[in-house]
Design a protein around this ligand. Structure first.
Ligand SMILES: [Zn+2]
Ligand SMILES: [Zn+2]
Length: 295
C-alpha cells in the first residue's frame, strides 16, 4: 500500500486510511523536526520534552518575575520583590509558574492552542501540578477553589476547548487523590478583549475592565481561590480575574501557570516570528511585550 494511493483516495475511506497511516507511521517532532522513533499520541520527541526545564534563579516572591542581582540583594531571598510588585501591591497573593515561556515550552503550548494537539495538555498539566505544588505549603486546611481563566464563547467555539481548563483537569489527574483543590470553572469572559500588544500596563487594565464575571459567587465566597492559566505574560489577565473573584467574596487569590514570560529571555527575543505567531497575535495576553516594538 503506497502513500500516494492512500492520499489520492476520496471521502471517508481515504480519511480512515490516512489517520491509520499517521498512527502506524509516526511523524516528525513538531518542535524540532527530527523523526520520531516511538509511536505516541504527542508528536514531540523526548529530547524536546526533557529540555522544558523549570525556571531557575532569583525570582520575585510575589509575581515570579526574574530578579536582577541588585534587587535580589536588596532584601532577603525569600521576600525579594520585583520593582513592579514593590510599587503596586498585586491583587493576588502569589503567582507561580513552571517554566519560561520560550523555545520548546512555548511551542508545546502553541501545539495545544493553535494546533489542536490535545495530548499536549497532559504534559502541560504535569507542569502546572508542579507550579501548584510551589504554592501548596501556604494553602489553608479547607479546599481551595481551582478556577481556570475562561475564554469568550466565540473563541471557545473556534478552538473547541479552553486550554486552561484542559490543563487544570490534567493537573488534577496527576495530583489524584486530591482533597485540597476543588475545580470550580465559575469565571466567564463577557466580552472578547482586543489585543494587549503595545498597551501600557494602565491601558491593559482598562482594556480588561469588565471583561470577566463570576457565574457562581457562592462557590468562591469565603474561600481561597487558585486561578490557573497556560501563560502569565504581564499578569493583567490573572489580576483582573483575581479582582472580580475578590469582589465576589474570595478571601485570597493564588495564581499558577504553566509558563511565564521572563525579563531576561525577552532581551534576546528573536525578531523573526516563531511558528504559530500569526495566530498568537490575535490572542490577548499571549504575545511578549518585546514583540510589540514598532507596532
Ligand atoms: Zn524534538
Ligand atoms: Zn513581582
Amino acid at each position: 500500500m503506497s502513500v500516494s494511493r492512500v492520499r489520492s483516495g476520496h471521502g471517508w475511506t481515504a480519511q480512515i486510511a490516512e489517520s491509520l497511516f499517521a498512527v502506524l507511521f509516526p511523524s516528525d517532532c513538531r518542535v524540532c523536526g527530527t523523526a520520531l522513533v516511538k509511536i505516541s499520541r504527542l508528536p514531540v520527541c523526548q529530547d524536546c520534552l526533557d529540555s522544558m526545564n523549570p525556571i531557575a534563579g532569583g525570582l520575585c516572591a510575589i509575581c515570579g518575575e526574574r530578579l536582577f542581582s541588585s534587587y535580589a540583594a536588596a532584601s532577603a531571598e525569600a521576600q525579594a520583590r520585583c520593582g513592579l510588585c514593590r510599587r503596586i501591591e498585586p491583587v493576588f497573593a502569589r503567582a507561580a509558574a513552571y517554566g519560561s515561556y520560550e523555545s520548546g515550552l512555548r511551542e508545546l503550548i502553541h501545539l495545544l492552542k493553535y494546533g489542536g494537539v490535545r495530548p499536549a495538555a497532559n504534559v502541560l498539566g504535569r507542569m502546572l501540578a508542579e507550579a501548584i505544588a510551589m504554592l501548596e505549603p501556604e494553602f489553608p486546611a479547607e479546599p481551595v477553589a481551582l478556577v481556570p481563566v475562561p475564554l469568550h464563547r466565540t473563541r471557545l467555539r473556534q478552538r473547541g476547548f479552553n486550554q486552561a481548563e484542559l490543563i487544570a483537569r490534567a493537573a488534577m489527574k496527576v495530583r489524584r487523590p486530591d482533597n485540597r483543590l476543588l475545580l470550580c470553572p465559575v469565571l466567564e469572559r463577557k466580552r472578547e478583549t482586543t489585543s494587549q500588544i503595545g498597551l501600557t500596563s494602565h491601558q491593559r487594565r482598562e482594556n480588561l475592565r469588565g471583561a470577566f464575571g463570576v457565574l457562581g459567587p457562592e462557590a468562591v465566597k469565603g474561600r481561597e481561590v487558585l486561578v490557573v492559566d497556560d501563560v502569565y505574560t504581564t499578569g493583567a489577565t490573572v489580576s483582573e480575574c483575581a479582582r472580580v473573584l475578590r469582589r465576589a467574596g474570595a478571601t485570597k487569590v493564588w495564581v499558577a501557570t504553566v509558563a511565564r514570560t521572563l525579563k531576561i529571555s525577552a532581551q534576546h527575543m528573536e525578531i523573526r516570528p516563531a511558528a504559530g505567531e500569526a495566530e498568537a497575535s490575535i490572542e490577548t495576553e499571549d504575545v511578549p511585550m518585546a514583540k510589540a516594538v514598532g507596532t
